[in-house]
Design a protein around this ligand. Structure first.
Ligand code: GLV
Ligand code: GLV
Length: 329
């Protein structure tokens, strides 16, 4: 019998690829270092036993049809799996897995803090200023920011990543903590004194609002005009979750009217575009109180190695007739 065939949609941290090859599998890694086109994707998945895609690949019924009946598992190289049609996979008995890991949680939580601190202390603005040789001597009024100490952080989505952010907030920065989640998180309540609030109340009391929910029909545009209108004018929004959780138009209006103090965004509603449409001439890049990073919250060596190994181990488990380690759910 031919060895299982695995299609990997892009080159990445190769420990996972090595683990797959060590099984004797035939591993076909897409050769170009760019997002694979639809055409190439559909062509390359034919006859596969497993696909290892990225969050930039829409994996739906067309892909399952193109792959054919040999396909047993889609091992998404991401924590989020909104790019995979889970219902279609289920109908065909295809297993879908993701890559949750402690290293990823910590990396994303660190990035959320990097954005928070950069906004609060105006680091990018001050960096540009300094590099432009504009610094002509210490001033009591230069780049006055805000502190995190004693401020309230509102965590929206208190799952694994939300809890990692929460721990840093309380233990590292002496912040007060509130959270909104459909489920209670007794651990962060007990360990960190976190208080659960309905989203509306959380928005009213938070100095920083950090989003950590998956993208679902119920979380699309969770933050829109009415939500921004509830926030403190001095508050900052941090998004390291998924772009469409924020209604970007509403955010731009909230920034323009100074409804909120600023935003730190690692994800965007219309990725890879930074702005969805510019009919209103409002662009995120024009706000000095907005910090943008290109979806890099999990971009650390350790996190990406973990993701690679977890994706590979899910494939190895399923192709050996075992249960997946981290099924998407
Ligand atoms: C990145 O956004 C991920 O979901 O892992
Ligand atoms: C600032 O540098 C200070 O000494 O207060």
């Amino acid at each position: 019998m031919a060895k299982p065939l695995i299609f990997v949609t892009r080159k990445f941290a190769d420990s996972g690829i090595k683990a797959l090859k060590a099984q004797g599998y035939r591993v076909n890694v897409y050769a170009e270092d760019n997002i694979i086109s639809r055409k190439e994707l559909l062509k390359n998945v034919a006859g596969c036993d497993a696909i290892l895609p990225l969050l930039t690949d829409a994996i739906n019924d067309d892909v399952f049809v193109a792959a054919g009946p040999s396909l047993k598992i889609v091992a998404n190289y991401a924590v989020g799996f909104d790019n995979v049609d889970l219902a279609a996979a289920k109908r065909r008995g295809i297993i879908v897995t993701n890559t949750p890991s402690d290293k990823v949680n910590e990396a994303v939580a660190e990035h959320a803090f990097a954005l928070m601190l950069s906004l609060a202390r105006r680091i990018p603005e001050a960096d540009v200023f300094s590099k432009a040789k504009k610094y002509s001597g210490w001033s009591p009024t230069h780049f006055i920011g805000t502190d995190l100490d004693g401020k309230t952080l509102g965590i929206v989505g208190a799952g694994r990543i939300g809890a990692s952010v929460a721990r840093r907030a309380v233990k590292g920065f002496n912040m007060k903590l509130v959270y909104a989640d459909a489920r209670r998180n007794p651990t962060i309540e007990k360990e960190l004194g976190a208080k659960q609030l309905p989203l509306e109340q959380l928005l009213q009391v938070s100095d920083f609002v950090s989003l950590h929910v998956p993208l679902l029909p119920t979380t699309r545009h969770l933050m829109s005009t009415s939500e921004f209108s509830l926030m403190k004018k001095t508050a900052f929004l941090i998004n390291t979750a998924r772009g469409p959780v924020v209604d970007e138009k509403a955010l731009l209006r909230a920034l323009k009217t100074k409804r909120i103090a600023g935003a730190g965004l690692d994800v965007f509603e219309c990725e890879p575009s930074i702005d969805c449409d510019l009919t209103d001439k409002l662009e995120l890049k024009n706000f000095s109180n907005v910090i943008l990073t290109p979806h890099i919250a999990s971009a650390t060596i350790a996190a990406r190695e973990d993701m690679s190994i977890i994706a590979a181990n899910n494939i190895i488990a399923v192709l050996s007739g075992k249960a997946p380690l981290t099924p998407a759910k």
